[in-house]
Design a protein around this ligand. Structure first.
Ligand code: 0X9
Ligand code: CA
Ligand code: CA
Ligand code: ZN
Length: 432
């Protein structure tokens, strides 16, 4: 039996624990008077301004379902949360709920590190992701090229796969970038990048739509932007709900570290312990700096070759577009036609997967996000997809049995996105 398989008893026990303690219904343990280290709350915040107010208290915003915000507050943050005056419900001790998701009692046989717990073995850790990429190279050497764009803080390679006909040649075709897993605990996004890779390689020979897109585009996929964070999230055998990278002392939020309007607008934190810590300077995180270098390098003859980008996150089931740093629909570098093109493609994609389409700042203000940099600096049509689920249960940790359906759910959106990647304004009848 593979070490990834656990006994039936253990599997059933894991399932039962989840049934007894679903993430959104656990309340404080009876008979316990001490305050938990981290507490889950639901807050009702109807407007972007109210949601930004919650984010600015420094709590960890996990996701949004309409006006319902789920957050983790440390003991020292709870007063600030109450001071917002917004209605809130205590949903109990976070770490007790993470413990209930399962405890891994086995290590990855190849490298001796702790692996995903039972019920999550279908997710790819760093070593398995690299193995999958190498397998794709073996199976489809005529369609893909694998390279590293550099190293993470802890010296793991940041792998990137190019998918195209003649992948060894820089052809004059619109280039598309997919990035996954800026945030460590958003494990489903790695599976999304791997799904895209599988779709557009395995089906090339048999599916004419796939063949047309691959023959006319150059697709770059970076499946694991934050490998140090991923490994840290699973390293104790129990999920940590870790978001940031692993730079000292407490990690930097990669998605607040990009150098466009970095730290401008109260959409990130200057405090190193915050979950949205922007770092000491823009691109202080090696992971964002290496993607910046790669994207800057795609300016050839004065023209940025990458036309479109999706950055995959979980959770909330949203499709988001720039800007995040301002509530305004248009701003310097983003005119009404461009905003309309962003919104139109965003809505068309959302019609295929049932996600909610909106400008990023309709959620809450973020500054230093990847979308704002890609658009603000390079005019790359850059979206964020917040994947399954909508709400806090199962939040960041859906069982692996859900991977297939919740990644396939985005197949049509990805196809539409690739179709318009030659010229996004084409979707509103404009030229490029
Ligand atoms: O806050 C974030 O970084 C993203 N949400 S998450 O819960 N996955 O952390 C949303 C980013 C959206 N912001 C922009 N696209 N500007
Ligand atoms: Ca090509
Ligand atoms: Ca090219
Ligand atoms: Zn995220």
């Amino acid at each position: 039996m593979s070490p990834k398989r656990r006994g039936l008893v253990a599997a059933v026990l894991g399932a039962c624990l989840t049934l007894v303690l679903p993430l959104n219904t656990v309340t404080a343990q009876p008979g316990t008077t001490s305050t938990p280290e981290r507490t889950l709350f639901e807050i009702i915040a109807n407007t972007p301004q109210d949601r930004t107010k919650v984010a600015r208290t420094g709590v960890d915003v996990l996701g949004t379902d309409g006006p319902r915000l789920t957050v983790i507050a440390e003991a020292r943050q709870q007063w600030a949360l109450r001071a917002t005056g917004l209605p809130m419900t205590d949903l109990g001790d976070v770490d007790a709920q993470l413990a209930a998701l399962g405890k891994s009692d086995f290590t990855d046989p190849q490298v001796g590190t702790q692996d995903f717990p039972s019920g999550y073995a279908g997710y790819h850790n760093f070593r398995e992701t690299v193995a999958e990429l190498n397998q794709t190279v073996t199976d489809h050497s005529d369609l893909v090229k694998l390279s590293s764009i550099g190293k993470s803080y802890e010296n793991r390679d940041l792998w990137m796969l190019k998918i195209s006909d003649n992948p060894g040649v820089d052809e004059n075709e619109p280039e598309v970038l997919f990035t996954c897993n800026q945030h460590a605990r958003e494990h489903l996004t790695v599976e999304m990048c791997l799904r895209i890779i599988k779709q557009y390689t395995d089906n090339y020979a048999t599916n004419p739509t796939v063949k047309n897109l691959i023959d006319s585009r150059e697709i770059w996929v970076i499946p694991m932007v934050n490998p140090d964070g991923v490994e840290y999230d699973i390293a104790s055998g129990q999920f940590r709900s870790w978001r940031k990278n692993r730079q000292p002392s407490n990690g930097t939020d990669p998605n607040r570290n990009w150098g466009f309007q970095w730290g401008c607008c109260g959409g990130s934190s200057g405090s190193a312990t915050s979950e949205t810590y922007r770092g000491p300077s823009a691109f202080s995180a090696p992971e964002t700096a290496r993607i910046r270098d790669f994207v800057n390098g795609r300016v050839v003859g004065g023209t940025q070759q990458i036309k479109t980008h999706i950055d995959w996150h979980t959770y909330s089931e949203l499709i988001l577009w720039p800007y995040g740093y301002t509530y305004a629909d248009t701003a310097p570098g983003l005119d009404a036609n461009q905003a309309n093109a962003f919104a139109t493609l965003g809505r068309r994609m959302a019609a295929t997967n049932g996600y909610t389409p909106q400008q990023s700042s309709d959620l809450y203000i973020t500054d230093g996000s990847v979308n704002d940099w890609m658009w603000g600096v390079h005019k790359i049509w850059s979206y964020t997809f917040e994947m399954y689920p909508k709400g806090a249960s199962p939040g960041f940790y859906p069982r692996d049995t859900l991977i297939a359906a919740q990644t396939a759910r985005n197949d049509s959106a990805v196809e539409l996105f690739l179709t318009y990647s030659d010229c996004v304004p084409r979707i509103i009848g404009r030229t490029c």
